[in-house]
Design a protein around this ligand. Structure first.
Ligand code: URA
Length: 227
């Protein structure tokens, strides 16, 4: 195994462990073709000199989700914002419009931002996975691992003051933890020197409105970090 493949092996093992899957070796065997693509990413990554380059590279990712999705959902909003928001994966409306958080969850997100005086047009929004999983299922560990190097490059380009992570997939993926949101929220979290606010996914809040008060506290913390 060469150096890139070895690094990737470690990377994928870490992902499989984070997502609680213990049959790592079987899974690694079954995703050999994807490993090749990841090696291509490692060779290509130095050519991402602009956000537009990164977007072009994302459009070229060979992900199985592209077979069923209509659009690649890269981002929406202001690239020079102090706030970058990252969710899980596009839903049906996002897939149709090619923009993140434009459905019911997006409306709730917009309102929660407004409740602390932040306009949607003043933030930058993206997701961990760039395509809608069929039937809105949770993205697989393999799909997440395929997107993560691009997500990490994405955050480096935007360099926000604060990262607002919506839901457990975004939180586990970027904070590299298996802890749940309820344990992580309300505490100081950092990703590569950037302050992180982990909070509940708006889709969860739509199902469990009783948790909105806690989420509101997280949005107040977000606002305070910007002061
Ligand atoms: N849920 C997400 O996680 N992201 C979206 O873009 C829409 C719904």
């Amino acid at each position: 195994m060469d150096c890139n493949a070895q690094q990737l092996d470690q990377f994928l093992k870490k992902w499989y462990q984070t997502f609680g899957i213990d049959h790592v070796f079987y899974d690694l065997n079954s995703i050999k073709p994807k490993i090749k693509k990841q090696e291509i990413f490692h060779e290509k990554q130095t050519s991402f000199s602009t956000l537009e380059d990164l977007k072009k590279a994302v459009l070229e990712i060979d992900c199985i989700l592209k077979k069923t999705a209509r659009n690649t959902v890269f981002s929406d909003g202001k690239p020079n914002s102090d706030i970058m928001i990252i969710g899980e994966a596009p839903g049906q409306e996002e897939d149709e419009q090619g923009k993140p958080f434009v459905g019911q969850s997006g409306k709730l997100l917009d309102n929660m931002l407004l409740s602390v005086g932040i306009k949607r047009s003043d933030v930058y929004i993206s997701n961990i996975v760039f395509w809608r999983p069929p039937g809105n299922r949770t993205p697989s560990a393999e799909e997440i691992a395929l997107c993560m190097p691009y997500v990490e490059a994405h955050v480096s380009f935007i360099k926000p003051k604060v990262l607002l992570l919506l839901g457990s997939i975004a939180v586990k993926s970027l904070l590299n933890t298996s802890e749940g949101i309820s344990r992580l929220r309300g505490k100081k979290n950092i990703y590569k020197n950037i302050d992180v606010i982990p909070t509940f996914h708006p889709a969860y809040l739509l199902r469990s409105p009783g948790q909105k008060a806690l989420a509101f506290r997280d949005f107040i913390s977000l606002k305070k970090l910007l002061a």
